[in-house]
Design a protein around this ligand. Structure first.
Ligand SMILES: Cc1ncc(COP(=O)(O)O)c(C=O)c1O
Length: 352
């Protein structure tokens, strides 16, 4: 089976077992010294003032909104074409998601349309770096609203020469096992403005500023130390892995762009291809041909979120709808061999 993601290849890591050994020796299983070391390294890596490690990107989004004082009566602008967490977090803090369609090119938020959705209640914008492409942050900054960038899929990506993580007020990352920088369970981080990060540091640990000093209602959203050990091991490899993803994407672009729509890279960004999503009216045929050859593929995402019951609106977002009907993710992870890539290309060509 040629899988969609790289998490089946952990045996390729050098000294992987050290993560267990170090955690066992340290005996500080949650939020231990490895977590603090990772926070420092990750902040340096992305060029951010601060980094707070948390239990997932979903909690990173929730706590970021809380740190910005977003709550009932407020509105937050985001896209309907993303993983559920983005919109779920807005609802969980009591605010109302206001959807702006993705643009038809890089499939990130249509930054020029955001202005039409802003009201006196708008408290933040959450752009999503879909599939590893970076949303057009500089256009969004012109609206003078806090930006919580959902960078679950764009770890290591670059926008106008700067690393994702140091561009917006707050940036939320996921280290879920399938992500470009993935650990062995759930984990995430927020990077950005120190004032907000300090609040998030307290919120993630039951609102405590010091042990038993509680100034606000908090959450249990801490990172496990073993996940930090895994991330410390893998962070130095991220650029190399992303480079290999780009090489594979280049092969696909070259050989497939005549027969399917291949991804458009935002001209200001260096894409990290968390997913390589082709668009075609023939995705069912392609999907079944790939499956017959033992190649995994998946529809991302099968429905715009505003068509799901908890997030329903009576709007239609043409680009999101089109992306959901025509998109298919094919394998692009760093451990694919050129032979496997060629087999994937051949299978797609023969399917249509
Ligand atoms: C765009 C986006 N946002 C948020 C998340 C949530 O990440 P986590 O699973 O770490 O909570 C994901 C995960 O797939 C994602 O793709």
């Amino acid at each position: 089976m040629i899988s969609l993601s790289a998490f089946g290849y952990e045996h390729k890591l050098k000294n992987a077992m050290k993560a267990f050994e170090n955690t066992f020796k340290e005996k500080s299983f949650i939020n231990g010294p490895a977590v603090q070391k990772f926070e420092k390294k990750f902040a340096d890596f992305v060029g951010a003032k601060d980094c707070v490690a948390v239990s997932s990107c979903t909690s990173a989004l929730q706590l970021s909104l809380l740190a910005l004082n977003v709550g009932p009566g407020d509105e937050v602008i985001t896209v309907p074409y993303t993983w559920i967490s983005t919109v779920e977090a807005i609802k969980q803090v009591g605010a109302r998601p206001v959807f702006v369609d993705i643009n038809e090119h890089d499939l990130c938020i249509d930054a020029y349309k955001v202005g039409d959705a802003i009201t006196s209640k708008t408290k933040a914008i959450i752009p999503v770096d879909l599939y590893g492409n970076v949303a057009d942050i500089d256009i969004l900054k012109k609206y003078n609203l806090p930006i919580v960038q959902d960078s679950a899929q764009s770890n290591g990506a670059i926008y106008k020469g700067k690393r994702v993580g140091g561009l917006s007020h707050l940036t939320c990352f996921s280290f879920y096992p399938t992500k470009n920088l993935g650990c062995w369970g759930d984990a995430g981080a927020v990077t950005g403005d120190e004032r907000y990060c300090e609040t998030i540091r307290e919120l993630r640990n039951h609102g405590q500023s010091n042990k038993f000093t509680v100034k606000q209602v908090g959450w249990n959203a801490r990172m496990d130390s073993i996940q930090a050990e895994v991330l410390l091991n893998k962070l130095p490899l991220l650029d190399k892995h992303n480079k290999r993803r780009r090489e594979i994407a280049f092969m696909y672009d070259h050989d497939l762009s005549d027969i399917v729509i291949t991804p458009t890279v935002n001209k200001n960004s260096i894409h990290v291809y968390h997913q390589y999503v082709i668009q075609s009216v023939h995705i069912d045929k392609i999907k079944s041909a790939l499956a017959d050859n033992g190649i995994q593929s998946r529809t991302y995402y099968p429905q715009p979120l505003n068509t799901l019951e908890p997030y329903k609106t009576n709007q239609t977002f043409a680009n999101s709808l089109n992306a959901s009907l025509t998109g298919l993710a094919i394998p692009v992870h760093q451990y694919l061999t050129n032979r496997e890539v060629k087999l994937i290309i051949k299978t797609i060509k023969e399917a249509i």
